[in-house]
Design a protein around this ligand. Structure first.
Ligand code: PEP
Length: 283
């Protein structure tokens, strides 16, 4: 990269194409069901969500059931000709072999998943998932034909120590170049750990500031990649706080945990995103 190109990339985010005029950044609402709705209840939930999604096509909708329900949910959605896509909540980076309890990207594709959530803070904190493992999983997802939603975010201690940007820079730096290989298909989710499942939500202004910083970090790899990549906010998003967050320039959707298990509340978030898209977001 020449010096002038490097300089140009550093000019972001001030001249980033606003989401409303960038068709590649269709607002995405993704539901992370965690270890819930792993049987027929998952199919019922997915079908209720599909009914709302069908009337709000401006919003891209993704659901992430537990492994046990991926095939059944994907099958139901396919039979109903729904555009709602299915994500895995995790994957293992090897393709096959003696890895008891693990599931690979090609297996998830066979089951019907087209997306994978990678590096969720619960994986990082409870299962010791490192930045290196996150990178390997992004590589495996790319190779296996899964699109990635890669999660980053600081803990409360890190935030209080003023380390938010440092932590995010380290986490993004680990996988950004690999994510760029899937062009604009990759998604980053900013999920401050202190906001996950706590009912504490980042203010729209604070979240926008971090999202702009994330886009600037992505632009260090490639400017088009930064412009095209959706950056979701996650952390206690609910129907009553979604609009302020989704209206922000660099917030291209939401990764929703608890509220995604209830079709009505999750449906309202889908509707809010579609309404903002119809309004051109910023109008
Ligand atoms: C999550 O687990 O990704 C999440 C955002 O959870 P919640 O919405 O419950 O905070």
């Amino acid at each position: 990269m020449s010096e002038s190109e490097t300089h140009e990339a550093e000019a972001l985010p001030a001249d980033v194409i606003p989401a409303a005029t960038n068709p590649g950044r269709r607002l995405m609402i993704a539901g992370n069901w965690k270890m819930n709705a792993g049987g027929t209840d998952g199919c019922d939930l997915a079908l209720s969500i599909a009914r709302v999604a069908a009337n709000n096509e401006e919003t891209e909708v993704v659901v992430a059931p537990p492994f046990t329900a991926i095939a059944a949910v994907a099958n139901e959605l396919y039979n109903k000709k729904s555009d709602v896509a299915v994500a895995a909540q995790n994957l293992f980076f090897e393709e096959s072999g003696a890895f008891t309890g693990e599931v690979s990207a090609p297996m998830l594709r066979i089951a019907g998943a087209t997306w994978a959530i990678i590096g969720h803070s619960e994986r990082r904190q409870l299962f010791g998932e490192s930045d290196e493992a996150v990178l390997k999983k992004v590589v495996a997802a790319n190779a296996g034909g899964l699109k990635c939603i890669v999660c980053v975010g600081e803990t409360l201690d890190q935030r209080e120590a003023g380390q938010t940007l440092e932590v995010i820079e380290r986490q993004i730096g680990a996988f950004a170049a690999e994510l760029a290989k899937s062009g604009g298909d990759g998604v980053v989710a900013y999920e401050p750990v202190w906001a996950i499942g706590t009912g504490k939500v980042a203010s729209p202004e604070d979240a926008q500031e971090i999202h702009a910083a994330i886009r600037e970090l992505l632009s260090r790899v490639d400017r088009d990649f930064a412009n095209q990549t959706r950056i979701l906010y996650g952390g206690s998003v609910k129907a009553n706080n979604a609009e302020g967050l989704l209206a922000q320039k660099d917030i291209d959707g939401a990764l929703v945990g608890g509220a995604s298990l209830e079709a009505d509340g999750f449906g309202k978030i889908i509707e809010i995103a579609a309404k903002l898209a119809r309004q051109g977001k910023s109008e």
